[in-house]
Design a protein around this ligand. Structure first.
Ligand SMILES: [Zn+2]
Ligand SMILES: [Zn+2]
Length: 240
């Protein structure tokens, strides 16, 4: 069944600050505005990723205006999972952010723990009060118990991301896993996000493959957290 509209918020965007992305926040906001988006999450990588920003970057996000080119900018992070229930930025800084995503990335100290170790780490993070979204859980290099994770998402109100780049540019082999996650989310009614994971302005707001996977799995439009500005702010507990 087709969704009634396209999401107007993109919760997963990288700027130059990530160290391997190519646009400024100004360039991304301009492109988002041109595409009719109302909100973007500025989610640069956590400090633990090689080339990632220093923790000062996250404290300095206060310099960024709330709106740029008519687009609400959420100050966020895509933090790296480094231990069970732990990411690579201290809670004191996480608390200042409006959007905290956490995900597995190679070379950040959490490789080779296997499906059980990965699942334990994610389930523990879903209990963490500051973690709102698990980024690209469909990465086949970090297998999870998808049923357990989707169930926990529904219980804790933590969203699972269906990452659009996973279908083409990044994390080869993700597609069947993303589809399985979407099926589990449909089953449990878990909150989901779609994210472009854009590393250059042109990629912002591109969600076609991720949306198709959600529709095919029978996920309801109301489960898509970032469908509108309002639904996104409500989910994150932020004021308009
Ligand atoms: Zn990532
Ligand atoms: Zn990313």
């Amino acid at each position: 069944m087709a969704f009634p509209a396209l999401p107007t918020a993109d919760l997963h965007v990288h700027t130059l600050a990530s160290g391997h992305a190519f646009s400024t926040i100004n360039e991304i906001a301009l492109e988002a505005s041109r595409k009719g988006l109302k909100l973007i999450g500025m989610t640069d990588h956590g400090p633990g990723l090689p080339g990632g920003p220093h923790p000062y970057h996250f404290a300095a996000l206060r310099f960024i205006p709330e709106n740029m080119h008519g687009v609400r900018i959420l100050k966020g992070i895509e933090a790296n999972i480094v231990e069970e229930g732990q990411v690579d930025l201290e809670d004191r800084l996480l608390e200042r952010l409006e959007l905290v995503m956490a995900g597995f990335h190679e070379g950040c100290g959490f490789d080779g723990r296997g499906k059980e170790g990965n699942t334990r780490a994610v389930l523990a993070l879903m209990e963490h009060s500051r973690v709102q979204v698990i980024s690209h859980p469909g990465n086949p290099n970090f297998p999870l118990d998808y049923e357990a994770v989707a169930k926990k998402g529904a219980e804790t109100g933590t969203a699972l991301e269906i990452n659009n780049s996973s279908f083409s540019i990044s994390r080869k082999g993700s597609e069947p896993v993303c589809r399985e996650i979407a099926v589990q989310c449909a089953r449990f009614g878990s909150p989901v996000t779609v994210g472009s994971d854009a590393h250059i302005a042109q990629g912002v707001g591109e969600f076609g493959d991720a949306l198709q996977a959600l529709e095919a799995a029978g996920v309801k439009w109301g489960q898509v957290v970032n469908r509108t500005l309002k639904s996104t702010l409500e989910f994150l507990g932020l004021a308009e």
